[in-house]
Design a protein around this ligand. Structure first.
Ligand code: NAI
Ligand code: 15L
Length: 258
């Protein structure tokens, strides 16, 4: 059975994937800075701790790297957890001979991409981070590219839209990735052959999507959910997006204002 290290296991996506990945046939080794609810065997360490990261990676077949700061923060904190932490992870993967990583990148790596240009937006748009957080995701994608070219380590970088149990805002009617589709995509990313370093947009099959899902589908991802079933309720609560609002104009939405 494939053994996968799941970093960020105590977080929102980690908590969902802990339930959703084992039915695909994975055994999970859980890791986080914080204790993982209901998992006393989970490893607790800071991603910046090279020795602890190397020990965590030893013997696994693949890594799903969710760990790190998931919102905007000071540059010092982003440098610590997301930039240095991701570097330590890839160094450990290289040293231990692990062949495949699934990296949780973000829409905020390209958050300043305008929504009034050509739609759907592909994965070939230039990096346009909207925050230090988005910048760290550009770094992670580039690090994955370097470690593939130099060391042959394969990565699928998932530019995740908004992965929550349900969409929470009009913007998320476009950017939502349902937990079940997230698990489908992670499974595709772990099993597709010869991915090299592949970047894919990571959302559900949303009627209002701005993003091109062709690269994700090419890995074998078949999304089953659509945020549209929440549209009436969300629009009744929040109203339509004002056309000049950041959420309506730019891919990264309100992150461009942080
Ligand atoms: P989260 O903030 O709920 O979980 C992140 C986990 O990483 C936390 O449990 C935290 O303790 C851990 N962590 C932070 N710094 C660490 C360090 N230095 N060492 C070890 N562990 C550390 O985030 P969420 O929502 O679960 O996201 C998971 C990943 O997916 C993150 O990398 C995030 O940037 C990315 N992502 C999430 C999106 C979403 O909609 N939830 C959208 C786009 C990207
Ligand atoms: C992200 O990258 C964040 O981690 C998540 O908390 C959401 O804010 C998401 O993007 C989003 O853009 O909705």
């Amino acid at each position: 059975m494939t053994l996968v290290l799941l970093t960020g296991a105590a977080g929102g996506i980690g908590t969902m994937l802990r339930e959703l990945l084992p039915p695909y046939g994975y055994r999970l080794r859980l890791a986080d800075l914080k204790p993982v609810d209901g998992a006393p065997d989970a490893l607790a360490f800071d991603l910046r701790d090279a020795e602890a990261v190397r020990e965590a990676v030893r013997g696994v077949d693949a890594v799903v790297h969710l760990g790190g700061i998931s919102l905007e923060d000071t540059f010092a904190n982003i440098l610590h957890s997301n930039i240095d932490g991701t570097y330590q992870l890839y160094e450990a993967v290289r040293a231990e001979g692990v062949r495949r990583v699934v990296f949780a990148s973000s829409n905020h790596a390209v958050g300043y991409t305008p929504l009034d240009g050509d739609l759907p937006i592909g994965v070939d748009v230039p990096p346009r981070p909207d925050t230090y957080y988005g910048l760290s995701k550009v770094f992670g994608e580039s690090l994955a590219s370097l470690y593939h070219d130099k060391h042959g380590i394969e990565t699928v970088s998932l530019r995740i839209g908004s992965c929550f149990p349900e969409p929470r805002s009009p913007r998320m009617l476009a950017t939502w990735l349902s937990p079940a589709d997230c698990a489908r995509l992670v499974h595709a990313a772990l099993t597709a052959p010869d991915v090299g370093h592949t970047v894919v947009n990571a959302i559900s099959a949303n009627t209002r999507a701005w993003w091109d899902l062709a690269p994700a589908r090419a890995l074998g991802y078949h999304p089953q959910d659509d945020a549209e079933r929440y549209a009436a309720e969300i629009l009744a609560t929040h109203g339509d997006l004002p056309p000049d609002s950041p959420d309506a104009r730019l891919l990264g939405g309100y992150f461009t204002t942080l």
